[in-house]
Design a protein around this ligand. Structure first.
Ligand SMILES: *Cc1c(COP(=O)(O)O)cnc(C)c1O
Length: 428
């Protein structure tokens, strides 16, 4: 059994099966059920995960998280994206603390706003300006507003099943939403050029924007990188109609390409929406845009009490600095590939085939012949019992804090998890 001690001297979890204690978690859930609707809502709701997953966490450090019962896990969710450099990154936290000591929420922004905007624009291949917000939903929504203000048009093409946030125009659940909230959305299929053409036709001369995720990352189905033909067609249709091509980078940003995910297919958007990873866990979002949309971005009114908070911006500056000097994109790709290769070999050895799709830095593991995700659930639960926090059907995230040794440790856990799947469902 391997034991590892981290820099602070905390005992790291030996990757061996254990019965996870959950007494504290159960207690917090009981209290939560009384004062929080449903006990918990949104994407962090553990009710959407197989039984055995903890709801409440005590701390994070590097690529590890500890739940409230003290169980430690090698973390492959990275807070569902935000932790790009690892939990509690010392340099990011120090920058945030320095700013906190000066002031966070003031009568106007701190100079960090300008510094971060300069860095952001310099880093982005397409952008001449940036607007900051707090959440990814803010950024996608502001992108639509800019596109509509610029064009005076209403229709927006959005891929079927794509996630762009939780405002009424885009939330995947219809409760509390009117058809009118989505009246001007037209659906197309990601990477399906014919469906994109049909959607653009349906928009007629009222097309304001085409929204595309950086790659296809819909819940529970295989991921797909954008095909160059699809990306180029989206660009052409926008150019022809005077509409804006909006790239939703909220999930992929900083992990796929340093200066914009569609640099990989040679297509530049007019607007990009960013959040999640850009301040390593501090609340920050951004819309970047081209010069031609600067005036429209000046005209819309979209703001928030906390959107200019200096602490998140200081954290964002530190995150950018580290992401660039450490070449995070290469690191997460390498670590993701190491995990993918290991998983591939184990799946073959255990006779339990899986599909691993999308960029290696954002892994998704789906079992063949598993329509109800029963194999996936058992696999993830067994990995959890062996000290590895994975998701059975949502894409996962690598961080700068994952080392080759962490990946190899995690692969011990997944080996046992594959064995459990083969034992329960049979090997091929
Ligand atoms: C998470 C996400 C959003 C929404 O971001 P929030 O910060 O949760 O509001 C939008 N688009 C994509 C692709 C996302 O992954």
């Amino acid at each position: 059994m391997q034991r590892i001690i981290d820099r602070q001297g905390f005992r790291m979890l030996p990757v061996a099966a254990q019965a996870l204690s959950n007494r504290q978690d159960a207690r917090w859930r009981q209290r939560a059920a009384k004062v929080l609707p449903g006990g918990m809502t949104g994407h962090l709701n553990a009710a959407a995960l197989p039984a055995g997953y903890p709801q409440f966490f005590e701390r994070g450090q590097g690529c590890r998280v500890w739940d409230v019962d003290g169980n430690a896990y090698i973390d492959f969710m990275c807070s569902w994206g935000p932790n790009l450099l690892g939990h509690h990154h010392p340099q990011v936290d120090a920058a945030a603390r320095r700013q906190q000591a000066l002031g966070d929420c003031l009568n106007g922004p701190t100079p960090r706003l300008v510094e971060l905007a300069e860095r952001f624009v310099a880093r982005s291949a397409h952008a001449d300006w940036v607007l900051f917000q707090k959440n990814g939903t803010d950024a996608t929504t502001v992108s639509l507003m800019v596109a509509r203000a610029a064009s005076g048009k209403r229709k927006v093409l959005v891929a079927a099943r794509a996630y762009h946030g939780s405002d009424p125009w885009c939330t995947p659940v219809s409760a509390g939403v009117t058809p009118e909230d989505r009246a001007h959305l037209i659906r197309y299929g990601y990477n399906d050029v014919a469906s994109l053409d049909a959607a653009a036709d349906a928009a007629g001369n009222d097309l304001a924007a085409i929204v595309c995720a950086a790659f296809k990352h819909d819940l529970g189905v295989d991921q797909a990188l954008p095909t160059p033909a699809f990306a180029r067609r989206a660009r052409e249709l926008c150019d022809k109609a005077g509409a804006a091509l909006i790239l939703d980078e909220v999930r992929a940003g900083y992990r796929v390409h340093a200066s914009g995910s569609w640099e990989t297919v040679g297509v530049r958007p007019d607007l990009s929406a960013w959040s999640k990873s850009i301040a390593n866990g501090y609340a920050l979002a951004a819309v970047t845009g081209i010069d031609a949309l600067r005036k429209a971005a000046t005209r819309i009114y979209s703001t928030g009490s906390f959107w200019c908070g200096g602490v998140a911006m200081a954290a964002g500056l530190a995150t950018l600095e580290i992401a660039e000097t450490a070449d995070v994109v290469s690191h997460v790709r390498r670590m993701g590939q190491r995990l993918r290769d290991g998983i591939e070999a184990q799946a073959a050895r255990h006779g339990t085939p899986v599909r691993q799709t999308g960029p290696a830095a954002l892994p998704l593991i789906l079992f063949d012949d598993d329509p109800g995700c029963d194999k996936g659930a058992l696999f993830a639960t067994e990995a959890l019992r062996h000290g590895v926090y994975m998701h059975p059907r949502h894409n996962m995230f690598l961080s700068l804090a994952h080392t080759g040794q962490d990946i190899d440790l995690a692969l011990h856990a997944t080996d046992a998890a594959f064995a459990a799947v083969a034992a329960r469902f049979g090997a091929r």
